[in-house]
Ligand binder design. Structure first.
Ligand code: ADP
Length: 250
């Protein structure tokens, strides 16, 4: 689905991504690992249209999507999860989900939401959709909670839920497990597997928790110093000498 060809992203003289080439197969849950500073997040940001590359190409289903803005990529079904913005913390979890289609398509929030005196058919449809998403993620009980008051793991589930408000094809998830307890991490893992199997989502996941990666991901790609070092099954990558060296070197 995604082909990255010889991608470079330089910040001044620093090569954060330094000639990375990789593929993400349709229907896979691909893991992206590597020591801190390897260039994983920068690579995600370039693929998702948040940063222009210095050089190189990104293809989606054969089409050159290099440098397209996030809302154009979003319309093609390529999404990168992002944290719930501070200003949406006072809205409920359900409202945060209902916001997504308008927010991402570049519509003005004002038009989309703040003329809310009347319940429109569109609003009802979005509400039903949000409730279905919350049910799928087993978090219906927090639908009316303020987004600022839910736990870190629940926030991650809501971030995942936001991708379900639209027709995503491929979702880029950055460090789902950071600061999340084991039980919720399992719930997040279950949701990713079900979205992959039941809804045909392709995923690319950056994660440091190797148990999580081992449970979900095949293949696993390891980056170091802006380049792809190794790829294969989790066992192949974990036992690759170059990978071991890269981790020991940090
Ligand atoms: P990873 O996600 O693998 O930890 P990052 O992509 O976040 O790696 O960072 C790769 C390197 O690029 C790091 O050394 C980081 O300091 C640097 N870097 C990232 N963003 C910028 C930026 N906007 N300006 C300068 N350097 C950056």
């Amino acid at each position: 689905m995604i082909v990255v060809e010889n991608l470079h992203k330089h910040f001044g003289g620093f090569h954060a991504v330094d000639g990375a080439s990789l593929e993400i197969r349709t229907g896979s849950i691909t893991g992206l690992i590597g020591p801190n500073g390897a260039g994983k997040t920068t690579l995600f940001n370039v693929i998702a249209g948040r940063l222009p590359p210095t050089s190189g190409r990104v293809l989606m289903d054969g089409e050159d999507i290099t440098g397209l803005p996030p809302h154009t990529l979003f319309a093609k079904g390529l999404l990168r999860t992002f944290q719930i913005a501070h200003e949406f913390g006072s809205m409920t979890v359900r409202e945060n989900l209902m916001m997504v289609p308008a927010q991402q398509s570049g519509e003005r929030l004002w038009n989309a939401w703040f003329h809310r005196g009347r319940i429109t058919a569109e609003e009802k449809r979005l509400r039903d959709k949000a409730d279905e998403v919350l049910d799928f993620l087993t978090i219906s009980h927090i639908a009316d909670a303020k987004a600022s008051q839910i736990s870190g793991g629940q926030k991650k589930l809501v971030e995942l839920g936001r991708t379900m408000m639209v027709d995503a094809k491929i979702v880029f998830l950055d460090e789902v497990g950071a600061g999340v307890n084991r039980t919720l991490l399992n719930t997040i893992g279950d949701a990713i597997i079900r979205l992959n199997q039941e809804r045909g989502y392709t995923f690319c996941v950056i994660e440091h928790d190797m148990d999580f990666i081992a449970r979900l991901c095949n293949p696993v790609i390891c980056m170091a110093e802006g380049k792809v070092l190794a790829q294969g099954t989790v066992d192949e990558v974990k036992n690759d000498e170059r990978v071991i060296e890269a981790y020991l070197g940090t």
